[in-house]
Design a protein around this ligand. Structure first.
Ligand code: URA
Length: 430
């Protein structure tokens, strides 16, 4: 078999056999097939696509390209959750303790943020001393003891995705549904979950801006889960505007803690309850997703989710004794005109937050955990000229950017006199 022939088959619109895909993926991970041939194949997939069977096979091969996490030592059905990413998306910080409090063992491997989107591990590291590097033994032991652990991914989990994703990034082949679906699902499957809830975002701050595209991605991932024996549900949710009011690591942890104490923003709280309801249903703690929603709401109202969060912080050596760290400076951005907020470009807000130091401009860069943006107005809100739209939080190192960011933030808001129908928070559940 030759990589050349595999590339030519995909270029000409044929589908691959298991042997062909295995030859390609194994060969690439082992360095026997070079970047130039893999890049050509990725471009062929970009144009010709892959059928469901090929996509599931690719996912399976990628899943097994390195270590996989064995969670069989954890008692009960392990349900995982994944978000395709967005701005102000701190749902894991609320959903994980809520479902753990309701009785599902939650063993979650999370990532770091890149570009305009944030990552759960960075957010948790805003808590003084919080350890995200757990050994597999510490991880499973903590889940068995308190029902919840959130840790960073180990170095050798799905190496095929690490290599392929880096190449896709350089060759304009990221935006391919089978490649995105296999990349996300291979990591979920290698992380050992029995059942999976996916939060697939659409809108201005999402990876897939169009609802229809997001739906195809969601259906592809659900299908992969089914083919590979893991029950999977996808919630299609809006990322037309940032989720909640807080964007930036420490600010988002504070908002998540407020939410767990019953004082969270309405949109964010609702999405957390919907996702928790689905997880409790898949974990067989609730007979229906609706019953799961009610159960999650009870855990929230009774403070049991918050207690679980505090237990996790303590178990992972974090301390909230001195509160969360805060940035040195604030800059209030005010509306230039009166009206109703029609839209807030989520991606622009994420970009503004990154420019203040809260996000990584490139992989591996250091970030400022205290920086970010607190929105004061969301779509549908009435605003008077001169009233605060948002507050920038930043430190000395980013002071020179504050004015530029304030201008950008102004432009991210659309304020008009008429009301426009708001995009529903959850569009579909698949
Ligand atoms: N997130 C991933 O993990 N992979 C992709 O391909 C796109 C988004």
């Amino acid at each position: 078999m030759r990589a050349y022939d595999i590339i030519a088959r995909k270029r000409d619109g044929f589908s691959h056999s298991k042997e062909e895909l295995a030859f390609l993926i194994d060969g690439y991970v082992q360095g026997k097939i070079g970047d130039e041939q893999m890049a050509a194949w990725l471009m062929a997939v970009y144009f010709q696509g892959m059928n469901n069977e090929e996509t599931a096979l690719l996912t399976h091969l990628m899943e097994h390209s390195g270590d996989t996490l064995n969670l069989s030592a954890i008692r009960g059905i392990v349900v995982d959750k994944h978000s395709t990413g967005g701005v102000g998306d701190k749902t894991t910080l609320v959903v994980a303790p809520l479902v753990a409090a309701a009785g599902i063992p939650l063993a979650k491997l999370s990532g770091r943020g890149l570009g305009f989107t944030g990552g759960t591990i960075d957010k948790l590291e805003a808590i003084d001393g919080f350890q995200t590097n757990l050994t597999p033994e510490q991880f499973t032991e903590q889940v068995n003891q308190i029902g919840l652990a959130i840790a960073g991914q180990t170095a050798n989990l799905v190496p095929a995705d690490k290599k392929i994703y880096a190449l896709r990034d350089l060759t304009a082949t990221v935006e391919s549904i089978p490649l995105i679906a296999s990349s996300i699902m291979s990591k979920k499957l290698a992380s050992g979950a029995d059942r999976i809830v996916l939060d697939v975002k659409f809108g201005s701050g999402a990876f897939m801006e169009k609802r229809q595209q997001a739906e195809v991605l969601a259906r592809t991932m659900v299908q992969i889960g089914q083919e590979l024996g893991r029950q999977t549900v996808a919630v299609l949710s809006s990322m037309e505007e940032p989720l909640g009011y807080a964007v930036g690591n420490s600010l988002e942890v504070k908002e998540a803690m407020d939410t767990l104490q019953g004082h969270g923003p309405a949109d964010f709280t609702e999405l957390c309850l919907i996702l928790s309801g689905q997880m409790l249903y898949l974990g067989e703690v609730a007979a229906t997703p609706e019953e799961g929603y009610t159960l999650a709401k009870q855990c929230l109202q009774e403070g049991r989710g918050y207690d679980k969060f505090l237990q996790m912080v303590q178990a992972q050596k974090g301390s909230l004794a001195h509160g969360l760290p805060q940035a040195q400076h604030r800059h209030v951005v005010c509306a230039e005109q009166s009206g109703i907020v029609q839209a807030i470009q989520a991606k622009e807000i994420g970009h503004c937050s990154m420019l203040l130091g809260a996000g990584r401009e490139c992989k591996g860069a250091a970030i400022d955990l205290t920086a970010g943006i607190m929105l004061h107005k969301k779509t549908g809100d009435t605003v008077q000229a001169g009233e605060a739209l948002a507050t920038l939080h930043y430190n000395d190192a980013y002071k020179h950017r504050a004015e530029e960011v304030a201008q950008k933030l102004q432009h991210a808001y659309t304020i008009e006199t008429e009301t426009k129908e708001k995009t529903p928070l959850v569009w579909k559940i698949i």
